[in-house]
Design a protein. Structure first.
Length: 462
């Protein structure tokens, strides 16, 4: 007998991750515009110099926020093409959050036999019916056929006896003093019977390539006879937490502060579809950072802090030292504008997150989310807007990402939204994308869902 899941693997033999990504892109059409489509190269975007007359700070080289996200997507596509990763056969208990790399075809009819949709009696012909002594339970062998005027007790999910006219629900039947069964409502032939193949027939395509594996998909796969699904492998991510000032336990003291990003980033990355291979703590030492980056075999390296130009900010010098290509060096967004994205090898990228917690979240959603989404061939989220209940002050030139909660048909901006604060984002459902200059009360504003608030895979934290 062919093992469950083998069929899907055979169907996907000629599909690699890049081809799955193409199918996903074509199916939803929500990828951000690729700067290359306008003839812009990565180096051109990196060296972009805004018009000094439009910006008072002529030295500012940051990339506009939408273009930074598009560049992160493009980086993911380039890495996917270079890596040519093959799909994997994932057991159902490990497949949550993956993307199907082969169609999910029914391996059996569903249901695979006529079943009772209710507890009651299987009846044959018109009433009254004489009731058999023994009933029919779910999971038992096929029962004997009924004869005209006969009934048998039946449980939900049990096999329907041959020649059954209908199932009479328990609450719709009564017996007289001679034990004969009568219906208290009209009996319609076929009522409360789930016929074989009602949901699907063997070979029917249940789900297409590019479908995100949700809890419901796991249930459907199991019902259809699968033990494994063929899926795009998770992207491997490694987190490098930088800084001498960080504590891993206890209260802050003597100029030392608790590390908030070390506990927060791994589950967030898993919710974005990554496999977190390591969380490494690196002191403010350039050689240590160099060794950590050059010895990592992750698809995506994320560093925390050190992206500015201070005396112990070693990320930029280290990237220059290893000959990495800066794709994004600063983004026109608040908080988090000193974020960066670099290509360290043909198939590996580094996302430099600012050290302030909310700024790091901003960078995570701006650069890491689009990059990981492409690497794992996840469907792009449907863009949507909601009106703001209250006005939000904007930056004169940069996009702002502001935590909000969703209340009815409005998004309510939260306080405690400074770069170093997590109080707002901890209570938030989404981030509002506030354009330069701000947004007034009632203005329709784009929202970025947080993974655990989007009704899908965000619960996949383990």
């Amino acid at each position: 007998m062919t093992p469950h899941g083998a069929r899907a693997g055979e169907d996907a033999e000629d599909l690699d991750v890049e081809e799955v990504l193409a199918l996903v892109k074509n199916s939803n059409g929500h990828h951000l515009p690729d700067p290359a489509a306008r003839g812009e190269t990565d180096s051109a975007r990196t060296s972009h110099q805004p018009d000094p007359s439009a910006r008072p700070d002529a030295r500012h080289r940051a990339t506009p926020w939408p273009e930074a996200r598009a560049l992160a997507e493009r980086a993911g596509r380039n890495a996917t093409r270079a890596a040519r990763r093959a799909p994997v056969s994932a057991p159902l208990d490990t497949a949550l959050g993956l993307t199907l790399a082969a169609p999910l075809d029914a391996l059996t009819d569903l249901p695979s036999f006529d079943t009772s949709a209710m507890d009651g009696w299987a009846v044959c012909g018109p009433a009254p019916w004489r009731v058999r002594d023994e009933g029919v339970l779910a999971g038992h062998a096929a029962p004997a056929p009924l004869t005209d005027g006969e009934a048998v007790r039946i449980a939900t999910g049990a096999r329907i006896p041959p020649d059954t006219t209908a199932v009479l629900r328990s609450e719709h039947g009564r017996t007289d003093d001679k034990g004969r069964l009568y219906a208290t409502r009209d009996v319609v032939p076929g009522q409360d019977i789930r016929p074989r193949g009602q949901e699907c027939r063997t070979g029917d395509q249940l789900l297409a390539v590019g479908t995100l594996v949700t809890p419901a998909v796991l249930g459907l796969a199991a019902a259809a006879g699968y033990d494994t699904v063929t899926a795009v492998p998770r992207a491997r991510a490694e987190v490098l937490v930088l800084g001498d000032e960080l504590l891993t336990q206890g209260l802050p003291h003597d100029g030392l502060i608790r590390d908030a990003l070390g506990p927060m980033l791994p589950p967030w990355l898993r919710a974005l579809g990554a496999e977190v291979t390591a969380v490494r703590r690196i002191r403010d030492d350039a050689d240590a950072l160099h060794k950590a980056i050059t010895t990592s075999d992750a698809d995506v390296i994320l560093t925390t802090g050190g992206t500015a130009a201070g005396p112990v900010d070693h990320v930029h010098p280290t990237l220059r030292r290893i000959g990495a290509e800066l794709l994004v060096d600063g983004v026109e967004v608040r908080p988090g504008h000193p974020m960066l994205l670099a290509r360290t090898t043909e198939t590996q990228h580094l996302v430099g997150l600012p050290g302030n917690p909310l700024a790091a979240v901003s960078a995570l959603l701006t650069l890491a989310e689009p990059l990981l989404r492409i690497l794992t061939a996840r469907p792009a989220p449907e863009p949507y807007t909601m009106p703001l209940r209250d006005g939000v002050h904007g930056h004169p030139h940069d996009t702002r990402l502001v935590p909000v909660v969703l209340r009815g048909d409005e998004a309510v901006p939260l306080h405690y939204n400074g770069p170093a604060m997590l109080r707002g984002i901890a209570a938030a459902d989404a981030l509002a994308v506030v354009p330069p200059g701000g947004a007034r009360a009632g203005q329709e504003t784009e929202l970025l869902d947080l993974p655990w608030a989007s009704g899908g895979i965000g619960v996949c934290f383990t």
